[in-house]
Design a protein around this ligand. Structure first.
Ligand SMILES: Cc1cc2nc3c(=O)[nH]c(=O)nc-3n(C[C@H](O)[C@H](O)[C@H](O)COP(=O)(O)O)c2cc1C
Ligand code: SF4
Length: 599
């Protein structure tokens, strides 16, 4: 065994021991293991499997699934460019090309000196300050050519990442409109004390009374979810905070985790008080690695203040603690059952439901999964009561909603409004002019044209998880939809055929239209595919993967039409050329051996 092999083995043993040799921590273990060499060689895969008592196939399956795990060597600096449509609008390609030129490296490759590898990645949640990049997982927003040069010089001079100037890593909160949540002072422990004073059952009744609905997208009533988990058989249950925030254009959970963590964590403890759960798990997307250390510090502070741990707030029998788990680059892990699979160390593929997580979730125990913002809202309910909370917003959408506004606006950032706000009000506040379209709730959401800007943000009209991307008069909505099509193709987990095949064909059809070879045939195929995926896909990703295309075909058809070839059908490859080899083998060159139009 070489010296390097011995060091690798010692490091690996230490990592496995730190994770209690628990195979259900495989995603976390692989993240740590990858830090040893920047990638995971086959011998390490085998050693991890042996060390955890798992089949190699199980480790391989997890490894293969996540975008941020590498099976081939990478540069010492892995630079990933966020590739949401808003990053593109802000010029990410030009900065990518500039860096690629300076390092003499192509997309997906490692530079000859081994210093750098460059690639694109799905939206990193910095759309208000794009274009953004990740360097070895750490976020650098608001990239410019000048910043790119500074980074190139630091890398060339072998300055360790930890010693790079801190101004590169500053992520702004950009809170532009604060309301009930963002605008109020919060004393840590105050919400918890109020709920404890009520007692577990009365506290749950308050949450139900508030009619709070989940902010992660589906809008399920929080109190009903908590009650189902509380009543589910068994004496162990879990609270999961969904901080995966992968929907393109969404970044409000990032702001809440960075600037309001005491609210998020206290919301989790409040869920524990209502349901009897003793452990909370935060699933933090890999792109938000920079938040991990301060969040761990906040948890330590809460433990010291007896807001976490045994006998929370001095109440005997009320034990609750929180762990942070990191994701590894997979949008689908925001779907709650895929998230639970990932928490258990597996590939994040959505489970078949029922059973639902409230009865059979993490480790097959009752589990509440709530969005970051939902958990913050719970602290408001504890402080002001369910009835007061219910009076805010609209009948079916109580309270406020935080929107992540990006794109063609003067003031991109975070806007908190009472539910029911009209789209044109948000546009006005954000400084949008001559807006052509607004994509609400991300790539999976709804695209609105100007005639619909009087509509309201609410579950009863236009529901949203928070993404609000604005496109000005000169934007090409075909290119917006094509960006989303590639996003879904990349992010489909591959579990079910309608989505696996559908998202691939959809992206190819969009590329064919983009290259000027599209016809009415491709247009009707896109519409047909959307229906197949909507009806046949296993989870929300596939069911909504065609929505943006359908909306833009319906509302901005001219952006497609201007690219169409005049024919009814044009093949996406040259059939005649494809037969050349067969002709050569058979020695034929007659008319029938050619795919010519004999008409
Ligand atoms: C493809 C897909 C991605 C999702 N991503 C997220 C996410 O990033 N964050 C989130 O809170 N919910 C996400 N959801 C919704 C979750 O499945 C779940 O409904 C939510 O976390 C429940 O929390 P809530 O009741 O507080 O909204 C996603 C759903 C789907 C289908
Ligand atoms: S719809 Fe797509 S993401 Fe969802 S399970 Fe099927 S393949 Fe996976």
């Amino acid at each position: 065994m070489t010296k390097a092999d011995k060091t690798r083995k010692t490091d690996l043993d230490a990592i496995l021991a730190a994770h209690g040799r628990d195979g259900s921590r495989l995603v976390q273990i692989l993240r740590d293991v990858q830090d040893i060499e920047g990638w995971i060689p086959p011998a390490t895969v085998a050693a991890v499997a042996t060390g955890l008592g798992l089949e190699i196939g199980a480790v391989e399956s997890t490894l293969e699934f996540y975008s941020f795990f590498y099976r081939t060597p990478r540069g010492r600096h892995v630079i990933l460019f966020s590739d949401n449509i808003t990053d593109r609008m802000a010029g990410n390609q030009a900065i990518f090309d500039h860096m690629a030129r300076r390092f003499g490296v192509a997309r997906g490759e490692v530079s000859a000196d081994g210093r750098v590898s460059l690639d694109f990645t799905s939206c990193t949640g910095m759309c208000d300050q794009g274009p953004a990049i990740l360097v070895n997982g750490m976020a650098i927003p608001a990239m410019t050519l000048r910043k790119a040069d500074r980074i190139c010089d630091l890398i060339r001079s072998d300055v360790p990442l930890a010693e790079w100037p801190q101004d590169l890593f500053v992520v702004e909160h950009n809170i532009r409109r604060a309301d009930m949540l963002l605008g109020s002072d919060f004393v840590p422990g105050s919400a918890l004390k109020a709920a404890i004073a009520l007692g577990r059952d009365a506290w749950l009744a308050e949450v139900k009374r508030s009619n709070l609905r989940g902010r992660g997208g589906a809008g399920f009533t929080t109190g009903v979810k908590w009650e189902a988990a509380k009543k589910a058989p068994g004496d162990e249950r879990f609270i999961v905070c969904n901080a995966d925030e992968g929907e393109p254009g969404t970044f409000k959970d990032r702001v809440l985790m960075q600037f309001y963590p005491e609210r998020v964590f206290e919301g989790m403890v409040l869920a524990g008080w209502a349901t009897g759960a003793r452990l909370g798990l935060v699933y933090l997307r890999g792109e938000y690695l920079y938040l991990r250390a301060p969040l761990e510090e906040k948890l330590a502070e809460m433990r010291a203040g007896r807001l976490l741990g045994t006998s929370v707030c001095g109440v005997a029998g009320f034990d609750f603690d929180i762990e942070i788990h990191m994701g590894a680059g997979a949008y689908i892990c925001g779907e709650e059952t895929a998230l639970i699979e990932s928490l258990e160390g597996k590939a994040g593929r959505p489970r078949i439901r029922p059973p639902f997580p409230v009865t059979c979730g993490y480790k097959n125990k009752p589990t509440v999964v709530n969005n970051v913002e939902t958990l913050c809202k719970v602290t408001e309910i504890a402080l002001q009561g369910g009835a007061a909370y219910e009076g805010y917003g609209t009948k079916q959408s109580t309270g406020t909603k935080i929107l992540s506004v990006s794109g063609d606006v003067e003031r991109p950032g975070i806007y908190e409004y009472p539910f029911g706000v009209r789209v044109n009000q948000v546009l006005e506040d954000a400084g949008a002019r001559n807006t052509r379209a607004v994509q609400i709730s991300g790539a999976a959401g709804t695209c609105l044209g100007p005639r619909e800007f009087g509509r309201r943000i609410a579950f009863e009209d236009v529901p949203t998880a928070g993404s609000f991307m604005v496109f000005g008069e000169r934007r090409d909505m075909f290119e917006v939809a094509r960006n989303f099509a590639h996003f879904f193709e990349h992010e489909s987990c591959g579990f079910c055929t309608p989505c696996r095949v559908g998202t691939t064909i959809q992206a190819k059809l969009m590329d064919k239209i983009a290259s000027g070879h599209g016809t009415q045939y491709e247009m009707s195929e896109l519409t047909h595919l959307r229906e197949v995926m909507k009806a046949g896909a296993h989870c929300g990703l596939g069911q909504t993967a065609g929505s943006a295309i359908a909306d833009t075909i319906g509302k901005f058809r001219e952006d497609y039409e201007k690219r169409l070839a005049r024919k009814d059908f044009e093949p996406s490859f040259d059939l005649d050329a494809a037969l050349a080899r067969a002709r050569a083998v058979t020695g034929r060159e007659d008319a029938d051996s050619h795919m010519l139009d004999h008409a």
